[in-house]
Design a protein around this ligand. Structure first.
Ligand SMILES: C[S@@+](CC[C@H](N)C(=O)[O-])C[C@H]1O[C@@H](n2cnc3c(N)ncnc32)[C@H](O)[C@@H]1O
Length: 271
């Protein structure tokens, strides 16, 4: 399957033997992800919804704490789990700079959410930032994950996640760039999303070139390959699990419509 498109395909071919292919949530790309802001609409909806259910939150795939930190700053106790050591270390650095009273509301664990087994139950379990699209290729395992989530919910608790509804047809985002100059290096990062260039997929392409102060030059590339999930995919998925869809809210953020979805134990959905 093709993973690079447009100028990224050209760069990948041109520097084929000079490029290091690394993971999207590793090293330079974790650092790049860390520059993404939390849109105020996203923060508001998560905080508003969480407030309706309680203060004890588990954030699956918490990454660099883009949402974890604002939740803790708003009085929630947040446990986060993630599979990227680099993303978790960015979160840890931010936590160190918080007042002690907020620091103690955040706990992180390194691990794979598909093996979720915590000795605790939560008011709310979150999977933000369209991360469900990264986990959606292995449907059988995703259904198992939904059932693990159900086991980790307190009575009356809920699972909240989001995805985006995308128009059909090929579409590419504008190219985003990040230029950095520090004492130790100068770096240029380019990023672009390609929707439906591979049918039903949203492929993100990333390229960073780094010139170190000692003269070393690095080129790194990565891609994300997400399933473009739809309402009917989500309905079908949940129909095979112990959770049911209780609420869906569609909100325009940036160029896309985001679908915030709340799921509860099936027995609690239809009270
Ligand atoms: C799009 S980022 C979301 C980060 C953060 N929740 C946010 O709102 O910005 C996706 C995160 O999922 C993590 N991830 C992907 N697969 C995972 C898995 N199987 N178990 C745990 N974390 C995973 C990645 O390491 C990455 O930090």
């Amino acid at each position: 399957m093709q993973h690079y498109f447009g100028i990224f395909e050209d760069i990948h071919k041109l520097y084929e033997d000079k490029i290091q292919n690394i993971g999207m949530y590793d090293s330079w790309f974790a650092h790049f992800y860390n520059t993404f802001p939390l849109p105020p609409e996203e923060q508001e909806i998560y905080i508003t919804k969480c407030l309706q259910y309680g203060k004890e939150i588990l954030e699956l795939c918490c990454g660099n704490g883009r949402l974890t930190i604002p939740l803790a700053q708003n009085g929630f106790k947040v446990d986060g789990i993630d599979l990227s050591k680099d993303m978790l270390s960015l979160l840890d650095k931010k936590v160190e700079e918080l007042p002690k009273s907020i620091q103690k509301r955040i706990q992180t664990t390194y691990g794979d959410v598909f093996n979720l087994k915590l000795n605790k139950k939560y008011d709310v379990i979150l999977l933000p930032a369209t991360t469900i699209c990264i986990l959606a290729d292995d449907v059988e395992n995703l259904i198992k994950l939904l059932n693990l989530i159900e086991e980790h919910l307190k009575n009356g608790g809920c699972f909240i996640f989001d995805y985006r509804s995308l128009a059909e047809g090929q579409e590419m985002s504008e190219i985003m760039s990040l230029c950095e100059k520090s004492e130790n290096y100068t770096a240029l990062t380019l990023m672009q999303d390609f929707k439906n260039f591979s049918p039903g997929r949203i492929i993100g392409n990333f390229y960073t070139q780094i010139e170190h102060a000692d003269g070393r030059f690095e080129r790194v590339m990565t891609y994300t390959d997400k399933k473009n999930i739809t309402d009917s995919f989500v309905n079908d998925l949940f129909s095979h699990s112990n959770l049911g869809i209780a609420e869906r809210e569609k909100i325009p953020i940036g160029h896309d419509e985001w679908i915030f979805t709340i799921a509860k134990r099936k027995s609690e959905c239809y009270e």
